[in-house]
Ligand binder design. Structure first.
Ligand code: TYD
Ligand code: MG
Length: 424
C-alpha cells in the first residue's frame, strides 16, 4: 500500500501525483496496513490454556464533564488517541487529565514544546499547584520514549504529538504515514505489555481527520476528537470509537484563562443569546452524538434577484431543507420558489438530524408569513413526505432537555404539517 505523505490518501500503486491533493512525488510505501494478514506466532499444536480472568482496572476521574465520556474512567493499559486542529486545546486537555492522576506516576513526552511552556500551561490550569507526579521529557525518538516509559514505571504516558516522534527503524520523515503507524504500534504494544495508559495526541490532516485514522484506529482503544472554532469559546469533545464504553456522549467545554471548563448552562446561554423576536427564529433540540443540545435556528428569506433561487444552509442537512421546502410548497401552498433561503445555527453546532425538520419548517414558514414565533414554543418532529409529523429519535431525551414551562410542538400536538397555520 502506498500513502500520500501530505494528505494520507492511499493507493495500491505508487502515484507520481496524488489524485486527492495533487502533490507530486509524495507517495511512500506503508506495509501491513490492514493488519489482517499479520501472523501472530505459529500454532503450537497443543490444546489452548484457559486464559486467566482479570477484571479491568480504571483510574478514577473527578472531572464531571470528562466523566460523561469516560463513565468508567481511564483504563489501565488503554491507548487513547485525541485528534484536533492546532490551537484547539489538545495539550490543555491532556494536562487536565494529568491533574486527575493524583497518586499515579505520569510522563509527558513533548516533541514540539519546551518544558517551560508545559509548566506555564499547567500553572494556568491548576492555579500554580504543580503536579509532583508528572515528569516532563522533551523527546522525539520513539525508542527513547519507550525505554523511559518502561524503566520509569509510569502509569500514564502522554505523547504530544504522535507526528513529532520518529523511529530510526523507519526511513521516512517524522509525521509520515509509515512513521506514525509504526510509532503508534510500538506504543500500544508497550502499553498492553506493561499495563501503562497512553494518551496520544494527533494533529488532524487537511481533511479534518487525525493523520491516518484508518491506520491508527485498530491500534488504539479509544478515538476522540476535540472540535470547535479556535476563535469561538466552545470546545466539543466527541468519542468516535470506544472499546471500553459507549460513544454516544459529548463533553462541552469552554476555553477560559484557566484552561477548559465544563459548560453547565449551555441551554441558558443559547436561549439568552437568541433573538426570538424576529420571524424565522425558532427553538428546538438536536442530538449530537447522543447528547441533546438546545438549538436556536434562524431562517431568512429574500426575494430572488437572479434567475435561480439560492439556498445557503449552515448547521443542518441541506438535503432535509430541500425536502421541507417541497413539503411546505405542497401542503401549505407556500410559494417558496421565488425566495433565496438561508438557514443557520449560530455557534459551531452542526446536526445531521431529521428531528430538526419541524423547526426548520416553522422557521421557513414564519419568515414567509412574516410572523414572530412565540418564544415559548419548542419544535420537535420529523416530517414525512406526506406531510405527517413523526416522533424524533430519542424523543423523550429531547423533551427532558427543555424546561417544563415551554410548550412542546411535536407529533402529539400536530398530526400534519398543514396544521402549522394554527400554531404560528
Ligand atoms: P493548546 O492546548 O496549546 O492547543 P493544542 O495543543 O490543541 O494546539 O491550547 C491552545 C490555545 O488555548 C492557546 O491559544 C492558548 C489558549 N489557552 C487559554 O486560553 N487558556 C488556558 O488556560 C490555556 C492553557 C490555553
Ligand atoms: Mg499542543
Amino acid at each position: 500500500m502506498y500513502v500520500c505523505n501530505d494528505c494520507w490518501h492511499s493507493s495500491a500503486v505508487k502515484l507520481g501525483k496524488c489524485s486527492e491533493c495533487w502533490a507530486f512525488g509524495s507517495f511512500s510505501e506503508v506495509r501491513g496496513i490492514t493488519g489482517k494478514s499479520k501472523k501472530k506466532g505459529i500454532a503450537t499444536g497443543q490444546e489452548l490454556e484457559v486464559t486467566e480472568k482479570k477484571s479491568s482496572q480504571y483510574i478514577p476521574l473527578s472531572d464531571t464533564e470528562l466523566a460523561r465520556i469516560f463513565p468508567k474512567w481511564l483504563k489501565q493499559g488503554g491507548v487513547y488517541l485525541l485528534g484536533g486542529e492546532p490551537g484547539i486545546g489538545k495539550s490543555t486537555i491532556a494536562l487536565q487529565i494529568v491533574q486527575q492522576f493524583t497518586t499515579q506516576r505520569v510522563a509527558y513526552f513533548s516533541g514540539e514544546e519546551q518544558s517551560d511552556q508545559i509548566v506555564d500551561r499547567q500553572a494556568r490550569i491548576t492555579e500554580d499547584k504543580q503536579n509532583e507526579h508528572m515528569d516532563i521529557f522533551h523527546a522525539n525518538h520513539l525508542e527513547d520514549i519507550l525505554l523511559t516509559a518502561e524503566t520509569g514505571q509510569y502509569d500514564l504516558i502522554i505523547i504530544d504529538s504522535i507526528q513529532t516522534i520518529y523511529s530510526e527503524n523507519i526511513d521516512n520523515a517524522s509525521g509520515s504515514p509509515a512513521q506514525v503507524k509504526y510509532c503508534a504500534e510500538k506504543i500500544a504494544e508497550l502499553c498492553k505489555k506493561k499495563n501503562i495508559t497512553a494518551w496520544v495526541i494527533g494533529h488532524v490532516t487537511k481533511g479534518g481527520e487525525i493523520a491516518g485514522p484508518k491506520y491508527l484506529e485498530h491500534l488504539v482503544d479509544v478515538v476522540l476528537y476535540l472540535e470547535g472554532d479556535r476563535y469561538w469559546q466552545y470546545r466539543i469533545l466527541r468519542c468516535i470509537k470506544n472499546r471500553f464504553g459507549n460513544t454516544d456522549e459529548v463533553a462541552i467545554f469552554e476555553m477560559t484563562l484557566f484552561g477548559l471548563k465544563p459548560v453547565y448552562d449551555l441551554k441558558e446561554r443559547i436561549i439568552n443569546s437568541a433573538n426570538l423576536t424576529i420571524p424565522g427564529s425558532v427553538l428546538t433540540v438536536g442530538i449530537d452524538n447522543g447528547r441533546p443540545v438546545v438549538v436556536h435556528l434562524e431562517v431568512l428569506l429574500n426575494k430572488t434577484k437572479g434567475k435561480f433561487p439560492t439556498r445557503q444552509i449552515v448547521g443542518v442537512d441541506p438535503a432535509r431543507v430541500n425536502l421541507i421546502v417541497a413539503i411546505l410548497e405542497r401542503y401549505l401552498k407556500a410559494n417558496l420558489g421565488r425566495f433565496d433561503i438561508f438557514v443557520n445555527i449560530p455557534g459551531e453546532f452542526s446536526f445531521k438530524d431529521s428531528g430538526l425538520d419541524l423547526a426548520i419548517a416553522a422557521g421557513i414558514y414564519s419568515q414567509y408569513k412574516n410572523i414572530v414565533v412565540d418564544k415559548n414554543l419548542l419544535f420537535l418532529g420529523e416530517i414525512g413526505l406526506g406531510g405527517q409529523i413523526l416522533p424524533t429519535k430519542l424523543h423523550e431525551k429531547r423533551r427532558k432537555e427543555m424546561w417544563e414551562k415551554m410548550s412542546i410542538i411535536d407529533h402529539q400536538r400536530m398530526k400534519h404539517i398543514s396544521e402549522l397555520v394554527n400554531i404560528i
